[in-house]
Design a protein around this ligand. Structure first.
Ligand SMILES: C[S@@+](CC[C@H](N)C(=O)[O-])C[C@H]1O[C@@H](n2cnc3c(N)ncnc32)[C@H](O)[C@@H]1O
Length: 279
């Protein structure tokens, strides 16, 4: 489904409520998406919470239809939608977890608690068919949890697999995956994330989407993002070697997403000789 003239990604411009029913049932390994939250940021579907909630919950039956058995859904949301969305998701899928993405920086608000995290709902159609988290762990937050000389007993990833997670002194990448992600700054277009230019008001960090894709879509599998925005999920899928389909209503964001994917493919070719020696 994701092959478009030999490209490993497909961008479909249109309303996902109309496009999703045209896609093949049981063809998607992972739906990873960041829908409108009703925050009034100026893009489609984002005018208010009621509209955003109706939009997302109206799509849940389609998500279930499109997922393979064992396929996963990661749904980004915040305080506006979280409680109601979790209940709605639990009605149709098997709830797995709520990931907390805690920002390092947020706007100053002298009148109330400063909101500095978002929730990411993680659910699956039956038991998750794939779990690849050990490849995508955060060295930063691991270091904060366990000082360098801490010894952890290696724990099997899967019974009988022979692979283990457990921190060795120079190998922070193999520590256990936590559902609290505090090592990924927001894309705010200013000082926090200069390496990632902001092209959408609610752009997600590439590493955040990469972690989700790497953890819950098998290599070569298919990732779907029905609220693509500037294309972050597709860039993440390219980096992780997964096929992908993105749907976006706004033609301008489709163009941005296409440009980002092309740049990613071009960079990947240029970087190839270096990656051969990377750990
Ligand atoms: C929260 S943004 C996604 C931002 C994205 N995560 C990124 O990193 O750029 C949601 C996107 O969904 C799009 N959208 C809203 N309603 C839609 C619909 N019915 N079908 C397809 N796209 C829609 C909006 O135009 C917006 O770009």
């Amino acid at each position: 489904m994701a092959e478009d003239n030999g490209k490993p990604y497909t961008i479909l411009q249109g309303d996902c409520r109309e496009v999703l029913p045209t896609l093949e049932a049981g063809s998607v390994d992972l739906i990873a998406t960041d829908p409108p939250y009703g925050a009034g940021k100026g893009f489609a579907g984002d005018r208010n919470v009621q509209e955003a909630f109706a939009l997302v919950t109206g799509l849940l039956p389609e998500f279930v239809r499109l997922l393979k058995p064992g396929g996963c859904l990661y749904l980004c949301c915040d305080y506006r939608l979280y409680a109601r969305l979790e209940l709605a998701v639990r009605e149709v899928l098997d709830w797995q977890d709520t990931i907390i993405w805690a920002y390092r920086w947020t706007r100053f608000n002298p009148q109330t608690w400063v909101r500095s995290y978002q929730q990411i709902l993680f659910a699956s159609k039956g038991r998750p068919a794939y779990w690849g988290a050990p490849r995508v762990l955060s060295a930063d937050s691991t270091r904060a949890l366990w000082p360098p000389d801490t010894k952890l007993k290696p724990t099997p990833i899967r019974p009988g697999s022979g692979e283990t997670v457990g921190r060795r002194s120079k190998d922070t990448e193999t520590a256990p995956a936590r559902n609290w992600w505090d090592d990924l700054p927001i894309v705010d277009g200013s000082f926090c994330h200069r390496n990632e230019p902001r092209q959408h008001p609610t752009q997600k960090p590439e590493k955040l989407m990469q972690r989700i894709v790497g953890a819950s879509c098998p290599p070569g599998g298919l990732v779907l993002d029905p609220f693509l925005g500037s294309g972050t999920t597709l860039v993440a899928a390219l980096r992780e070697g997964r096929q992908s389909v993105g749907i976006e209503l706004d033609p301008g964001y489709c163009e941005i997403a296409e440009a980002r994917c092309r740049a990613e493919l071009a960079n990947r070719t240029e970087r190839l000789p270096l990656e051969v020696t990377a750990p």
